[in-house]
Design a protein around this ligand. Structure first.
Ligand code: PHE
Length: 340
């Protein structure tokens, strides 16, 4: 091997050592062994050499190529090892590190009760209908047999947003909206937010109601009672019973207040039922004939019942909550307790 070739090897070795990564090393290698590289160019010189010297020259260049190939192969192997070691270090997982905890959300108790109610009543064939939260005076009161100056308007302190526009005080407004659209038979369930200027431990200015309406031929108070019994058994306790007490709502006649036998003491009397054995859960009644007439339903052919309950109230009873504010404070320590 002549001096020129020795120099070439040393130069290649230096460049190969200096290559920072596989790509740079490959480029160096190509400069020597690739097409048009230094070694192939040497071979080109064969033509300029005297015939008898050619075999020796060829041998020499081949030896040079082999030497360079070895050199690059060795460098490549070392480079690969280094790169692998680096990757392993970078991607190392410390299995002794404490894991990251993923906080899991839960359904809000009001959402849970609402879904449970929808489950129970859709099982009885009720369909969900949702009315608007901003209502007209007509749907919230007048069509529900509560004209202006009617004393029953005082039962619900109303937030007005315009002269005849208000935040609905009751989901009963949905009864009218549905009956205007759909002719009997009707079995409607209407959940939603309602608003009243009212604020203490058991009242909040915004709360949720679940309205029910059934209209068909031959519907009686017995149908209401039977359905309520079924509801109480599913919602509260297998042994739960209901009782109806006379009450007053302008849009039902007769009107009733519905009590459920206390599911804590079984009716003997305890702090929850305040010693009475009964807990008030909702208002209901037979749809007033004026309401049916207001919606174009003939009260001499059809009859119906309606009921309305506060979802927060049901949640408070079911989960034993002492203050309605717990349901709006968004304290995760409280909310996290409602898991399946
Ligand atoms: N809308 C009444 C209330 O908010 C409840 C109710 C609904 C009563 C349907 C009778 C029938 O108090």
């Amino acid at each position: 091997m002549d001096q020129e070739q020795q120099a070439l090897i040393e130069e290649a070795e230096k460049l190969a050592e200096g290559a920072e990564d596989s790509k740079a090393l490959y480029d160096v290698k190509m400069r020597y062994l690739g097409r048009g590289g230094k070694v192939p160019s040497l071979m080109q010189r064969m033509k300029e050499i005297a015939q008898e010297l050619r075999p020796a020259f060829g041998k020499q260049v081949n030896a040079l190529r082999e030497k360079l190939e070895e050199l690059f192969a060795a460098r490549e192997a070392r480079m690969k090892e280094k790169e692998m070691a680096k990757r392993l270090e970078e991607e190392a997982v410390d299995v002794t590190m404490p894991g990251k905890k993923r906080a899991e959300g839960t359904l809000h108790p009001v959402t849970r009760v609402k879904s449970e109610l929808i489950d129970i009543f859709s099982g009885m064939g009720f369909e969900v209908f949702e009315g608007p939260e901003v209502e007209t005076d007509h749907y919230n009161f007048t069509a529900l047999n509560t004209p202006a100056d009617h004393p029953a308007r005082d039962m619900q302190d109303t937030f007005y947003v315009g002269e005849k526009l208000l935040l609905r005080t009751q989901t009963s407004a949905g009864q009218i909206r549905l009956m205007e659209k759909k002719k009997p038979p009707i079995k409607m369930l209407s959940p939603g937010r309602v608003f009243r200027s009212d604020d203490d431990a058991t009242h909040s200015p915004m709360f949720h109601q679940m309205e029910g309406l059934v209209v068909d031929k031959g519907i009686t108070l017995c149908d209401l009672k039977g359905m309520l019994d079924e509801f109480a058994r599913t919602m509260f306790a297998e042994t739960a019973k209901t009782r109806l007490r006379p009450s007053y709502f302008p849009f039902t006649e007769p009107s009733v207040e519905v009590d459920v036998s206390c599911y804590v003491c079984g009716g003997h009397g305890c702090p929850l039922c305040k010693g009475t054995g009964w807990i008030e859960v909702l208002g209901a009644g037979m749809v007033n004939r004026h309401v049916l007439e207001n919606c174009g339903v003939d009260p001499d052919v059809y009859s119906g019942f309606a009921f309305g309950m506060g979802i927060e109230r049901i949640a408070m009873l079911k989960y034993g909550l002492g203050n309605i504010k717990l349901l709006t404070e968004n304290d995760v320590r409280f909310l996290g307790q409602f898991r399946d």
